[in-house]
Design a protein around this ligand. Structure first.
Ligand code: PMP
Length: 389
């Protein structure tokens, strides 16, 4: 052989058990883990197609939409973002992007690659965009697409979406929302809020495996694709082709587009089944609100301060805590990981070194993990202080 077989493969696979209290992925419940070990089926076998149909209905419920074009992309959350943008944008189309953390930046990067004319509304980290401010930018830029992140995971900020749908209609603009960390843990009404395209993540509130991403397009968004002058640049993420594969169009036959991972479908279906059995959206919204309130109260009682000052502007799934002065936050996170195999993350992008991020999502949203996260943070901060780690 010109290249010999790597000897690493002669030692067994070792995967430690870690408690994931960071921004995601979150831990799988046993049922999801067991579902992942079902035998693989063909991607066009009737049993697989039935699971795909179930997931479409499940996500219509989660997104609160009747959109027939609701399906899952075979890739992680970034692919949801890219699918929206690559279908909606043509060369030189103006896209207006609300930017207050990392996700607006990512959307801008992708839009530029597609040839979009990117206009940013830059906000200080952790600050919401107001409708009034947005209106000024709509008037100035006359965008064809408006992108905003509902829960900015790099800061923990929850963006109020009231009125943005109406604003987009007024300016004949498509309204696209990143709901990766918010779907399932706070109210989200795609139809009522006039959201044209929304996507979420499987590995956050749903405790399902990463690598499969729910997305929904309404009729305005479909019209926008249908009226394109140019082909969607991506074959993988072309929503017409994906819609045909997922059998979303009543007048079109199902086609083979790609091989979806039946294994990921099993895991995602099981997580939705658990979500619905446990009381569905209302129960989950209530649980995440209660657990996060408890976390805020106890953090403050222990002398730690929250990065987002106003509690109504915090996403309950990911809470950002200010790193105390003169402490190296990365040492705190690694102390917790090394000693307890628990993930509490630092910041991301512009918040690196400024905050810790605690994620309490789905099955991990529990009072016992509130206490655990706080105790570990305090112990680790003290250790870093005293040992000058
Ligand atoms: N948007 C938000 C708000 C996120 O938090 C994430 C993941 N952290 C993504 C998009 C991208 O998702 P993924 O890492 O699954 O590609």
């Amino acid at each position: 052989m010109e290249v010999s077989a790597p000897v690493e493969f002669l030692t067994p696979l070792v995967v430690p058990n870690k408690l994931l209290l960071g921004p995601g992925p979150s831990n799988f419940p046993d049922r999801v883990r067991e579902a992942l070990s079902h035998p693989v089926l063909g991607h066009l076998h009737p049993e697989t197609l039935k699971i795909m149909d179930d997931l479409k209905e499940g996500f219509k419920y989660l997104f609160q939409t009747t959109n027939p074009l609701t399906l899952c992309i075979s890739a992680s959350g970034h692919a949801g973002m890219e699918t929206g943008l690559v279908n909606l944008l043509e060369k030189d189309d103006v896209i207006l992007i609300a930017h207050s953390g990392i996700w607006g930046e990512r959307a801008a990067d992708m839009s530029k690659r597609i040839g979009g004319d990117v206009r940013l509304i830059k906000k200080p980290l952790g600050e919401q965009l107001s409708l009034l401010e947005a209106r000024k930018h709509f008037e100035l830029h006359k965008p064809k697409v408006f992108f905003i992140t509902h829960g900015e995971s790099s800061t923990g900020m929850l963006q109020n979406l009231d009125g943005f749908g109406e604003l987009c209609h007024e300016y004949n603009c498509i309204f696209m929302v990143d709901a990766v960390i918010t779907l399932g843990c706070v109210p989200f009404y795609a139809d009522k809020w006039k959201i044209d395209v929304a996507y979420s993540g499987s590995q956050k509130v749903l405790n399902a495996p990463p690598g499969i991403t729910p997305i929904t397009f309404n009729s305005r968004a479909i019209d926008k694709i249908t009226s394109r002058k140019t082909l969607v640049q991506s074959f993988n993420f072309d929503m017409h082709l994906l819609g045909e594969y997922w059998n979303c169009f009543p007048n079109k036959k199902r086609i083979y587009h790609h091989t979806v991972s039946p294994t990921l479908l099993y895991g995602l279906r099981e997580s939705l089944a658990m979500f619905i059995e446990q009381g569905g959206l209302e129960a989950s919204w209530k649980k995440h609100a209660m657990i996060s309130q408890n976390l805020y109260k106890k953090l403050e009682a222990n002398g730690l301060s929250l990065f987002i000052r106003n509690a109504n502007e915090r996403a309950p799934s990911i809470t950002s805590v200010n790193v105390p002065a003169n402490i190296d936050g990365t040492k705190v996170s690694s102390y917790i990981m090394q000693n307890y195999k628990v993930e509490i993350s630092g910041g991301l992008g512009p918040t690196v070194g400024k905050i810790f991020r605690i994620g309490l999502m789905g099955t991990n949203a529990r009072d016992e993990f509130v206490d655990k996260a706080i105790n570990l943070l305090i112990e680790a901060i003290e250790a870093v202080k005293s040992q000058k780690l």
